[in-house]
Structures are given as structure tokens and as C-alpha cells.
Ligand binder design. Structure first.
Ligand code: MN
Length: 242
């Protein structure tokens, strides 16, 4: 362990993380790791059929999301300071850590929101009056917002996510990120804001049912949107004003 901490700055991340690790090491105490955990799906694995099949949901949640959580927890052992961060706060500090924290911390955050912004068809409600007003103000209409979002989701090359975000000034925007990045991360070239909804366009999210037909998956996905959760996120972020 000692060799690991002393073997070079690249392994060490922020100074505080290194120092706290070293202090724990030298004090001989065994730290109690606060681990991240895989949240259960908020509905049965088959509840989103036929749009998303149960097998895809089970593999996606249990194995893919489960791996991000396990790999993130492995990083806590190398960087104990991570254990003091909320999952939200961690996103804003990923640039200070190795890529495994960015990828797995992002994977955990992104998927946790993904399950929450979906609901069985017919159960997600509709956008609130306030959210509708903000969407109309910034995109012209709900349909126009969806068209812009669908374009961002379809044109993301390789793996990644499409997002509806609330900018710090209260305006709404569509963006997309590669791999497991998200708009909360402190990364160059990324438009930052509070994600209101994010769509997973990794092939693992749709391939069993849709194969290469990503646009069909994107279009069908809107029937699963949990607008109640999107509204909650919008209000929590401060609503339409700066
Ligand atoms: Mn995924």
C-alpha cells in the first residue's frame, strides 16, 4: 500500500486525498469505507415492456450499473476522500481523479437518474405548467424540444447520453456527452448544467430489441418518461429563474 501512495503523483489525485490516505495508513487504523450502493429499480424489470424488454433491463441494471458501483467503490479504497463526497458532489470534482472515477462515478450517477426518469407507459404524467412554460420559452414547443433532443441522441457517435439540462441562469438546453460523462462534471468542452432528464444511448441499453435502430428506441422511449420526476428535478434546481 505504501508503495502505491509514494509511487507517483499520477496515482494520487488531489493533495488532500493523498494526505488523508497517508494519515490513515500511518495511524494504522482501518478506515470504515462509506460505500456507494446499487439502488433497486423503482418498478419490476418487465414494467417498461414492450418499449424496453425485461432482459435488457435486468442486464443493464444488475450487471452494467452494478459494475459501475463496484468499480467506483474500488476507487474509494485508493482515494479515501471520495468516501466523504455525495454522488452529486463527486461529479463536480472528477477532473481531480483518475479516469476510473470519472467513468464509474459518472456511470453510477447517470444510471441512477435513468431509472428514476422512466415509468411504465401511462404512469409518468405530463409536464407541469411551469416546466411547460420554460420548454415553450426556450424551444417553442414540447415537440420542438423533443426533436432537438432526438437529434442529439441519434447523432452522438459511439456511446453516450443525451440530456435536457437547466443552465445556471434558469434556461433549458439540450446537450449530449460521451461515454459516462454528464453535465455536472468539471470537464473542459462540456456544457454544464443540472440534468433534468438523460437518455442512455449505449448499445447495451437497446440492442436486444432494436439492434442498430437507435432512432426507433429514442422515439419509443418518450412513452416511458416520468414527467413527475423531471418536474421534481426542475423545481429542485430552482425552476425557470436564475
Ligand atoms: Mn447504460
Amino acid at each position: 500500500m505504501l508503495v502505491r501512495f509514494l509511487s507517483g503523483p499520477l496515482l494520487c489525485g488531489p493533495l488532500l486525498a493523498c494526505l488523508s490516505a497517508l494519515v490513515l495508513l500511518l495511524s494504522g487504523g482501518l478506515p470504515a469505507w462509506a460505500e456507494f450502493s446499487l439502488p433497486p429499480l423503482p418498478y419490476a424489470a418487465g414494467a417498461l415492456e414492450p418499449t424496453i424488454d425485461a432482459r435488457t433491463m435486468t442486464i443493464h441494471h444488475d450487471r452494467h450499473h452494478g459494475s459501475y458501483v463496484a468499480n467506483l467503490n474500488a476507487q474509494i479504497k485508493a482515494f479515501p476522500a471520495l468516501a466523504d463526497l455525495s454522488l452529486d458532489a463527486l461529479q463536480g470534482q472528477v477532473s481531480a481523479y483518475p479516469e476510473a472515477v470519472r467513468n464509474n462515478g459518472g456511470g453510477h450517477w447517470n444510471h441512477s437518474q435513468f431509472w428514476a426518469v422512466m415509468a411504465p407507459a401511462g404512469r409518468g404524467g405530463a409536464p407541469s405548467r411551469k416546466l411547460s412554460a420554460a420548454i415553450n420559452r426556450d424551444f417553442g414547443s414540447l415537440e420542438a424540444m423533443q426533436a432537438t433532443f432526438n437529434q442529439a441522441a441519434a447523432s452522438r457517435f459511439g456511446s453516450g447520453w443525451a440530456w435536457l439540462i437547466r443552465r445556471p441562469d434558469g434556461s433549458l438546453a439540450i446537450t449530449s456527452t460521451a461515454n459516462q460523462d454528464n453535465p455536472l462534471m468539471d470537464l473542459p468542452g462540456l456544457e454544464r448544467g443540472t440534468p433534468l432528464l438523460g437518455l442512455d444511448v449505449w448499445e447495451h441499453a437497446y440492442y436486444l430489441n432494436y439492434q442498430n435502430r437507435r432512432p426507433d428506441y429514442i422515439k419509443a422511449w418518450w412513452s416511458l418518461l416520468n414527467w413527475k420526476e423531471v418536474d421534481r428535478r426542475f423545481a429542485e434546481a430552482g425552476g425557470a429563474s436564475a
